[in-house]
Design a protein. Structure first.
Length: 247
């Protein structure tokens, strides 16, 4: 796509302590696109999102909307419009669904948006089940409902970049389908989505561009539709999904 990407990453290195997990990753995300990073457990997918969000330190070039954010702390990245839905969801279990959502509006309140409460209606339209359970404690929700709440809370900030860490993890197949349909529908809102997933088949179906992360390095990248037909991706990540014409 033409123009400056919303997110540009070049030669990114990151890890924990002296253990380097990511070895010089380069990635672009165009505004309004869905980018997915697939790969096996332990490849460094969550580390990538944590580095982009500023949860852990990193080296290399990191630009958001043309601005260098490599040295920008997490809180300022949030205010710039970045949001991360972590794998563990990290909800406030003893608070009601709506109270969890309201906490997600922190960025909008700080920006002086007096109509931030209107965003609740938007989130409830995306996740009607959350509207039905708005007074229910978050800790009593099902796994799928907790995932919806975690995504909804992130959307309350009206992020420009929404990063999702394994949104299908531990969910029943029907709920996974519902979550991915929601991800696909978010495309029309203009938000850029960076999706990290082990469910390669579902991720490649909703994404525009994909990256295959293995042992801290991108082994493959390209348009998602092409990656889904790549014999290496089929053999390693899609298994029985191999097309009949492939040999």
């Amino acid at each position: 796509m033409s123009g400056t990407p919303l997110l540009r990453v070049e030669a990114l290195r990151s890890g924990y302590g002296r253990a380097e997990v990511l070895h010089g990753l380069t990635l672009d995300a165009a505004a309004g696109s869905v980018i997915t990073v697939i790969g096996p457990n332990g490849a460094g997918k969550s580390t990538l999102l944590n580095a982009l969000m500023g949860v852990i330190g990193s080296r290399g070039t990191l630009q958001f909307d043309g601005e260098d954010i490599a040295a920008v702390p997490l809180e300022e990245r949030v205010m710039a419009g970045m949001a991360l839905v972590p794998e563990r969801r990290e909800l406030f279990a003893t608070m009601a669904v709506q109270d969890n959502l309201v906490l997600g509006a922190f960025r909008q309140v700080r920006l002086g948006n007096r109509r931030w409460r209107d965003r609740l209606d938007d989130v409830y339209a995306i996740f009607p089940r959350l509207a039905e359970r708005r007074t229910q404690l978050a800790g009593t929700l099902s796994g799928g409902e907790r995932q919806m709440l975690a995504v909804g809370r992130a959307l309350m900030s009206r992020p420009r970049l929404l990063m999702l860490d394994e949104p299908s993890l531990g969910l029943a197949p029907l709920v996974v389908r519902e979550i991915f349909l929601t991800i696909e529908s978010l495309r029309s809102t203009g938000v850029t989505i960076l999706l990290v997933e082990q469910n390669a088949r579902a991720a490649l179906q909703v994404a525009d561009h994909g990256y295959v992360l293995e042992m801290g390095e991108f082994a493959l990248q390209g348009p998602a539709a092409e990656l889904a037909l790549d014999p290496r991706v089929i053999d390693t990540y899609l298994g029985a999904a191999r097309p009949a014409a492939a040999h």
